[in-house]
Write a protein that binds this ligand. Structure first.
Ligand SMILES: CC(C)(COP(=O)(O)OP(=O)(O)OC[C@H]1O[C@@H](n2cnc3c(N)ncnc32)[C@H](O)[C@@H]1OP(=O)(O)O)[C@@H](O)C(=O)NCCC(=O)NCCS
Length: 391
């Protein structure tokens, strides 16, 4: 509220009900998609613990479950997989775009641009209103195409030809096939599938919130997912997984870990550690650590030992503050063992999280309300305008 005094000057009063820096501790909407208990390290998707889905489900089934809110019948799952497959192939126009991108481009920027390009010419529906069916169709198209874009760009930048999908393969196996040009072993495909399940959804994380802020304006699904991808890219969110491997490589071995951690300045952030919600070990990190241990090759053994030592030293130093490994600390080891280049790690996270983003768009639009918080103004009041020639 602003009022004027007798000198014609404003005085402002800001009496917001609630202030929370970074919206910590704020619930902004209701959701039935997932639940996190940050104290006990529990994550459930629509009532089912993540451990159970990781063991028994597939990424396609989990994505269906998140989006449609029920576990699919065999026929429903078949139809959903067919719907995804219908979009997986890249056309000559897609390949032309990818060939035009600078080879130095980061895969997350490529993905973002590709999703944006997918909305052309009529994907961005500016009509006021909301149509669940067209949103769902766009969401499935985006999910279908994401792995193809990521894999094809990596091949193109290495001077290789993109590989068309093999529709007999699962979503995860098809990605590895299109990336490496070799049919993945069953175990490899299953492990990537498991990683995709673990990354498919995570409550109101920053990228889901970014997606929903955009979709709450009734912008189209493409624009909303582009917002999600852009938000995920940052190092404080999905971008951390790439930085973890780079950091561990730079340390050079377990014997240097203590020195590295002790040399950190107070404001330094250790990638792959800490979480706004978890104040204990992230349940996804627990699962990924086990697979990272199983998969790590002789070549990366020192790197893995460095990670174990890192976790140990960090726990003693930061455990009492509630800072533990998060999903990004061990995921990179699994991707590395599958032959996936480090700069692609975050885009795989995005490819998996698309299911959660789409589920949230559809759910939130049922009771849509524009997100529009306030900022507490701490700038000058009654500043004088000086004409440019007098400055
Ligand atoms: C995820 C993250 C952004 C959450 O941060 P947050 O909830 O905003 O926590 P805050 O920034 O308020 O930090 C709280 C305290 O913990 C410390 N902290 C949190 N994460 C830390 C980390 N990774 N390394 C070192 N210190 C950390 C902060 O320095 C701060 O200390 P202080 O109270 O003495 O000033 C943060 O933990 C982080 O930066 N992690 C590294 C990036 C990462 O792995 N991201 C992936 C998340 S899945």
């Amino acid at each position: 509220m602003a009022s004027k005094n007798k000198n014609d000057e404003y005085s402002i009063k800001q009496d917001y009900e609630f202030f929370s820096h970074g919206l910590e501790g704020v619930a902004a909407f209701e959701t039935s998609i997932s639940y996190i208990d940050g104290k006990d390290g529990i994550l459930i998707y629509r009532g089912i613990p993540i451990e159970e889905l990781a063991e028994k489900s597939t990424y396609e089934e989990t994505a269906y479950f998140l989006i449609y809110a029920n576990l699919p019948t065999q026929a429903e799952l078949k139809k959903f997989s067919n719907d995804l497959e219908a979009h997986i192939s890249l056309n000559t126009e897609d390949i032309k775009w990818l060939k035009d991108f600078p080879v130095a481009a980061h895969p997350m920027d490529v993905l973002n641009t590709c999703v944006s390009l997918m909305s052309l010419p009529e994907g961005g529906d500016y009509e006021v209103g909301w149509k669940r069916e067209s949103d769902l169709k766009a969401g499935i198209q985006i999910m279908g195409k994401m792995p193809s874009y990521i894999a094809a760009f990596d091949r193109i930048k290495k001077g290789k030809q993109p590989i068309p999908p093999d529709n007999k393969l699962s979503y995860a196996a098809n990605f590895l096939w299109m990336l490496n040009g070799e049919k993945p072993k069953e175990k490899e495909a299953r492990i990537l599938d498991l990683c995709l399940i673990l990354h498919a959804e995570h409550g109101v994380c920053a990228s889901t919130f970014g997606t929903l802020v955009t979709s709450s304006t009734l912008a189209d699904v493409y624009s909303s997912i582009v917002a999600g991808i852009g938000t995920l890219k940052g190092y404080l969110h999905g971008g951390a997984n790439e930085q973890v491997i780079r950091m561990l490589e730079s340390i050079g071995g377990p014997e240097n870990v203590e020195k590295y951690i002790n040399a950190m300045k107070k404001k330094d952030r250790i990638m792959g550690f800490g979480h706004r919600v978890y104040k204990t070990l992230d349940p996804r990190a627990r699962i990924l650590k086990k697979y990272a241990r199983d998969l790590t090759s002789k070549r990366d053994e020192i790197l893995f030992k460095t990670a174990l030592k890192f976790e140990d030293v960090m726990e003693k130093k930061f455990g009492p503050k509630g800072i533990y490994p998060n999903v990004d600390f061990y995921s990179g080891f699994v991707y590395k063992a599958l032959g996936i280049p480090t700069d692609m790690f975050t885009s795989i996270f995005a490819m998996a999280r698309a299911a959660g983003w789409i589920a949230h768009i559809l759910e939130y639009r049922e009771s849509n309300r524009l997100f529009r918080p306030r900022g507490i103004y701490n700038g000058p009041v009654n500043a004088k305008y000086t004409p440019i020639e007098e400055r």
